[in-house]
Ligand binder design. Structure first.
Ligand code: GMT
Length: 375
């Protein structure tokens, strides 16, 4: 198969899913063409069957704002015609699905038929996609796509109700490479962060307001009053300064380590005794799946698709948004009971391997591609 993939190339779960999917499809012998404004950051080195096409912008002085949606559609048309692409799989509806729809219509006028699959990831439906000015475009691009997938049942239901569409949407969960993300035993790194045997609490995100990173610091404060603990914060973004300020205010400078953006977090996550994801909205929570695969129990909120991933009282706990007291209580309960903690760790690993491993989920995408192409 010849597949075009468009995604955001920067840090972020949708880009990770799209890139890892493309890499795996290429490994299975498909020809994969990535089309975006920059090389996806997970495409680090040359891999057979993978090609990258950079979207170019016109510098014409009249255009005060860059016309990315149009530039992307133009590049999709060029790539589809030059490389005989069978289908374009676009990740994140805005504006990728819209560009793909435009490209499809224009290609049809030139006698070339192409299929489009749009994968909805989260805020393209639940936040930005709900802005009144975007709603007609999101609905149109969903309905015009030949196939639509959502990364959780929650997101599928939300799409149907919020955008009032009867479009058939296939739920295909996110996946993880359980050979890369796995429990490891590295006492050296553990003692680097927790020299006195403190428990390690961990969180990764892009520090946007929806992630509520400050809650992890408030939970640490309460946990550390009972059980000596350290908090590792991985990632960067708009809320980092506020989190650093809060850390000082709560006098936790020696307890919180801001590691910034990190490549290869599979070499850090397994150090965690628990993983926090206190988000306000989360359609799936790929970061939590990464931690689960490393055998780290999850303390998260009970919103969005998180309950489809994290099983209450088995792989972790789910709590109302902002309820840092309950998050701290659950963390303390779990960390004070070695047997229970071990059970949770094993349940996390087993769930990642049995339900979300990449081979299982990529086969679902391949089956779906075949279904759409045969229509
Ligand atoms: O929707 C976003 O905010 C961005 C997007 C991303 O690119 O990271 O995140 C969403 O997609 C991820 C991958 O499918 C999911 O794991 C995240 O839960 C989801 N984020 C939200 O729903 C806030």
């Amino acid at each position: 198969m010849k597949i075009g993939i468009t995604c955001y190339p920067t840090y972020g779960g949708s880009g990770v899913v799209a890139t890892e999917l493309g890499k795996e499809l290429a490994r299975l012998g498909n020809e994969v063409h990535f089309v975006s404004y920059a090389m996806p950051y997970r495409l680090k080195k040359f891999q057979e069957n993978i090609y990258f096409h950079e979207v170019e912008f016109s510098n014409y002085p009249l255009f005060e704002h860059q016309l990315y949606t149009l530039a992307l559609a133009s590049k999709m048309i060029e790539v589809a015609e030059n490389h005989k692409i069978d289908l374009f799989h676009v990740h994140y509806a805005i504006p990728h699905a819209m560009s793909a729809c435009m490209a499809k219509k224009i290609l049809a006028t030139r006698g070339y038929e192409i299929k489009i699959i749009s994968t909805l990831h989260g805020t393209d439906i639940t936040l930005v996609g709900l802005e009144p000015s975007f709603m007609p475009l999101v609905k149109f691009s969903i309905e015009e796509s030949d196939g639509v997938t959502a990364v959780s049942q929650f997101l599928k239901d939300k799409t149907k109700t919020a955008h009032q569409t009867n479009k058939d949407i296939q739920v295909i969960y996110n996946f993880i490479d359980t050979e890369l993300y796995k429990p490891k035993n590295n006492e050296t790194s553990k003692s680097h962060f927790a020299p006195n045997g403190e428990k390690i609490l961990i969180h990764t995100s892009n520090f946007r307001p929806v992630k509520r990173v400050a809650d992890t610091i408030r939970v640490l404060k309460l946990v550390n009053d009972i059980i000596p603990a350290k908090l590792l914060l991985i990632g960067d973004g708009p809320d980092r300064s506020e989190c650093e300020r809060l850390t000082k205010e709560l006098k936790l400078e020696n307890k919180v380590t801001f590691l910034g953006k990190q490549d290869g977090i599979e070499d850090l996550l397994f150090l965690g005794d628990v993983f926090f994801l206190p988000s306000e909205t989360e359609s799936f929570g790929l970061a939590a799946l990464e931690a689960m695969a490393c055998g780290v129990p999850i303390i998260c909120t009970n919103i969005g698709g998180l309950s489809e991933l994290n099983i209450q009282n088995k792989t972790g706990y789910l709590t109302d948004v902002g309820d840092v007291e309950t998050m701290a209580k659950n963390t303390i309960d779990l960390l004070s009971d070695e047997g229970k903690h071990k059970q949770f760790k094993e349940a996390c690993r087993n769930r990642a391997v049995n339900q979300f491993n990449k081979n299982l989920i990529i086969q679902k995408y391949l089956d779906y591609y075949k279904e759409i192409l045969s229509k």
